[in-house]
Design a protein. Sequence first.
Length: 309
Amino acid sequence: MAQPVTGRIPRSIDETAAMLEAHDYLAGTALATVLFLALRMKRPLFLEGEAGVGKTEIAKVLARSLDRPLIRLQCYEGLDIASAVYEWNYPAQMLEIRLSEAVGMVDRQRIESDIFSERFLIRRPVLQAISSSAGRAPVFLIDELDRTDEAFEAFLLEVLSDYQVTIPELGTIRANEPPIVIITTNRTREIHDALKRRCLYHWVDYPQAAQELEIIRRKVPGCSETLSREIVAYVQKLRTIDLFKNPGVAETIDWATALTELDTLALDPETLADTLGTLLKYQDDIARIEGAEGRKLLSQVKAELAAPG
């Protein structure tokens, strides 16, 4: 596999996969391919998938690998331009007006020009992302876009079209170099096709057992091989039943870490019941798994791992 070069956009799919793997992110060929293309084509990458599968981590690893700043816009219901793009420092502006009046300045036009200048502008994530110097474009993570409303989505569509923001008092601010944009969504609602068309798309799924086992080996090196295999096999089985929220990779890592801290060598029903809170986050799921169904799954895991071949 090609060796990654820190700070440089990868020149091949293999180099892209190696870049991610160097930071312990194991990407399949499809993800490495779409990420490589997004970087080379300078297009936003739209990542969709269940919560906890590692979508956000891709942006973090990318920022570290390319030695770029990471700017994160955490989306939520009611997100507006003042929180996402920019706002004026009103207390500082009022103080400046009072000081101007105190020294006898009466030129209203000059006062207005002073208070609506760069030094009173508070740059929020969107404006920060398009204000960087050439050659140092940041990785701009727009996280959980599905939590916002359609009005903000429409505004974001305009930003991603031209990488510019218009501030009435200052004019239009354009990016010297477009940021590397990663958009994530947990698919709690559908994102409009107009925004998706401007992006390259990839569905991030739960990892296969072999890949998840390798993640545990890298992220929790103190976890024994026997325990690691049992953890991964058990989590993989949990994802096949009808839970309110399946455990993601982050929860698998947390569970492996917790069991290692407890000096656990192998899973047993008591330890399973006592530590389910690190793996499952809803009481209905915990109540279901800490009973007979959870013990049955554990017996199946033990039998399958003990079987020859």
